[in-house]
Design a binder for this molecule. Sequence first.
Ligand code: ATP
Ligand code: MG
Length: 333
Amino acid sequence: MTSEKMTQIFEAFVKRDSDRFHKIAWEIIEAEKRKKHHLLASQLKRILTENSGASNINHIQQIPPIPRDNEKGFRLLDVKKFFLDWDDVILSPNTEGVLKQIVKELENENVLATYGLKPKRKVLFYGPPGTGKTLTAKVMNSIIGYPLVFVRFESVISSYLGETASNLRKIFDFIEKGKWVILFDEFDIIGKQRDDSTEHGEIKRVVNNFMLMLENYEGDSVIIASTNHPHLLDVGVWRRFDEIVYFALPDKERRNKIFEKYLRVLKKDKNFDLTKLSEETEGFSGADIEQACIDALKMAILSGKDFISFGDVKEAVSRQEKKREAKKVIKYE
Ligand SMILES: Nc1ncnc2c1ncn2[C@@H]1O[C@H](COP(=O)(O)OP(=O)(O)OP(=O)(O)O)[C@@H](O)[C@H]1O
Ligand SMILES: [Mg+2]
C-alpha cells in the first residue's frame, strides 16, 4: 500500500466517511491483485464484504460509492433493503393485478427473452398523497430482491442549476453499476420547478435531460417514479414509461381492511363496528387511516386498557378529519 493510500484510508476512517473508506479499500485490493498478491487480495475482499454494513444490504452485489452533490456534499441517494410482502399494502384488485404482472414479467425474464420480449422496467406511480405509492415500491423491492435505490430529490435539485444536471448524471452513472429497484420518489419536484419563470429555460433543460436519461436507460434495473401531481409533469413524461399505475383512495372494502391491519395489535371491544368506521371515512387515504389507528391505540394503551373501544377510534378519526380539512385539498378526478 502506498503512503498516499494509507493516509487517505486513515482520514476516511477518522471522518467516518464510509463511502470513501470503501472506495479506497477497493482500490487497495485492486492494486494488490495487480501485484499478483492474490491471497492477500481475496483475504481483504472477504473482510470488506463479510463485515461491512454494505454486505448486509446485499451479499452478492457490491455497493459502489454513493454519489454526492458537489456543492453541499449531500448524498444523492440511499441504498436500502426491505422485507415486506403483498399483504403489507392494501390496494384495489386492479392496481394489485397490474403490479403483480410487472413482477411476474421480471421473474420470468428468460422465458420472455426466448420470444424476443422484455419485461416492463420503467413504471410511473401516481395518485393522491398517502395511498401507498412509496410503500408499494418497498414491497416490490422486497419481492424482486434487488436493493432499493432511493433517490433523494431534495439533494438532487441544486441552487446552482448546472449542478442539478450533473447530479442526475451521477445518479444514472451509479444505476449503471448494478441491478436495483430505483425509486425516484416525489419525482414531481422536477416538474414543479418548471413553472419558475426566472430559471424556466434551465429547468426545462434539466427536465428534458432527465427524460432523455430515462428513455436511453436500457439496463436490468427497475425504475419507479412516483408523484401525486401528475398534471405538473410534462406531457412527454408519460410515454417514457412502460406502465402507469394509478393509486386511488381506498374504497369502503379497502378502508375496512386497512383499519383491520393497523388495529391488529389490540383486542377489540365487543361492540366494535368496523363496517361503520369504513363507511364514515370516505375520502381517507391509507395514511390517514393508519394515523387515526395509531392515535387510537396510544390513547387506549396509555389509559391502561388492554383492548380498544369503538369510541377510541371514532375520536381519533374525527381528529384526523379535522387535520385533513386543514390541509390543502388536491383534486384528482
Ligand atoms: N394502501 C395502503 N395499505 C396499507 N398501508 C398504507 C396504504 N397507503 C398508505 N399506507 C400507510 O401510510 C404510510 C404512508 O404511505 P406512502 O408513503 O406509501 O404514501 P404515498 O402514496 O407514497 O404518499 P405521497 O404521495 O405523499 O408520497 C405507509 O407507510 C403505510 O403505513
Ligand atoms: Mg410517497
